[in-house]
Design a protein around this ligand. Structure first.
Ligand code: FES
Length: 149
């Protein structure tokens, strides 16, 4: 039995130690906002925050999370910075198919929490690991610039 801190609450989970955090979030805790894309840490669709940092949940065995707080897209519903990011996403009309966008937003929020006014180069570096098959990259970068004010 493991105790996970997810979105501000403690959860006891009885799962194998090597189960990826992604499947614990989706299938055990019922938080489907975090998406499965590649499953090998390459696409960023499964991005969550662990201790405030962006992490690939598909590639993190749940037993390595420990007591560090995990935040998913569901946990950012009342977060002022994330609300600003979502508004910027809507204003720019970023989304096409939408599948990767929770991971994109999680990466963007982690960036802006660590660095409220990133340069274009810093945005590029922070977002480089989040792939969008619809090619919404330009709109994502513009939305991040808008959210940063
Ligand atoms: Fe985790 Fe692609 S599903 S990086």
């Amino acid at each position: 039995m493991l105790t996970l801190q997810v979105n501000g609450a403690a959860h006891q989970v009885d799962v194998p130690d090597d189960m990826p955090l992604l499947w614990v979030l989706r299938d055990v805790l019922g938080l489907p906002g975090t998406k499965f894309g590649c499953g090998i840490g390459e696409c960023g669709a499964c991005t969550v925050h662990v201790d405030g940092r962006p992490v690939r949940a598909c590639s993190l065995p749940v037993s390595l999370v420990g007591a560090r707080p995990v935040t998913t897209i569901e946990g950012l519903s009342d977060d002022p910075l994330a609300t600003g990011v979502r508004q910027a996403w809507l204003e720019i009309d970023v989304v096409q198919c939408g599948y990767c966008q929770t991971g994109q937003i999680m990466a963007a929020v982690a960036l802006l929490k660590a660095n409220p006014h990133p340069t274009d180069e810093e945005i590029e570096q922070a977002m480089a690991g989040n792939i969008c098959r619809c090619g919404t990259y330009r709109r994502i970068r513009a939305a991040i610039r808008n959210a940063a004010g």
